[in-house]
Design a protein around this ligand. Sequence first.
Ligand SMILES: Cc1ncc(COP(=O)(O)O)c(C=O)c1O
Length: 319
Amino acid sequence: MTILSELHPLSHSLFSQHNVRVQIKRDDLIHPIISGNKWRKLKYNLSYVKQHKEFTGILSFGGSFSNHIHALAFACFLEKIPCVGIIRGEAQYADNFTLSWARHWGMKLHFVDRKTYRRRHENSYLIQLQKKFNGMYIVPEGGSNSLAIPGVSEVITELSQQTEFDTLLTPVGSGGTLAGLITGDCLSNDNQHKLLGVSVLKGGEYLVDEVQTLLPETASTHKNWHLLLDHHCGGYGKFTPNDIKRLLAFSQETGVDFEPVYSGKMVLALLDKLAQGYFSSGERIVLLHTGGMQGLGGMVERGLLTASDWPTPVRVDDT
Ligand SMILES: Cc1ncc(COP(=O)(O)O)c(C=O)c1O
């Protein structure tokens, strides 16, 4: 699948008021299922496994509403690669929105308790899993590994053909997307752009190290990336009724849908930073829409959001 995701201008009264130009890179439209940063991060992981026949498939990790698990299951289905998801939580989640699709596409689910799940970076545990599942290639949670970096860096290659800009905003969960963007920016530009990562987690300071660890040597010279730590709305997956109100109003005015766990927090960060006068007059900003819209299915299912307000994805049972 070759991708060149669309870039659209966004219009909003606050943008003219603060004299900024905002465009949005619609990675969410890359594919109806493997959307956003998912395809970018998985692309070279999938081709690596296809080239290395010694691997029997792909094994990865995620929570029971994980965008990564959902996208990986479908990507492996398309590429005919067997896959296993090590899922944090109880087997009762197997029928939820996200996991029912993952099972539908053939992913084998293996549920573990929180204590076991915390071992997901330990070598001894990974060796144990490799034995148990007969030599699968292990992709870390969120798909953020060294093979994710060249895939994400292509966002910058595309952008340099599409527009000129000063600042790029992206949500940050595990750090792979931001690390890929920094890498791409080092490869493509003499004048490095300002890259702003919005931590969707409370206490996201540790993500600076995570991003740095993922950066290849060629990208260690980038000095203009920053992590914004105060826009997590209370923590991962959390939001207040007012956050939702602001996000829906933004979607209504711009005509672009977001979800409140990742891309929505980037939007709220943009609005807050505009109000604080953070951006210069005339600044040209690009928002990276990283997708994740499947997550709305689980949030509506759990009663956290009202179905009528959101573009709710289709359930397996409804097909
Ligand atoms: C929709 C979406 N956007 C952004 C992110 C954050 O990306 P990263 O984990 O690479 O920081 C994620 C998590 O992978 C995600 O699912």
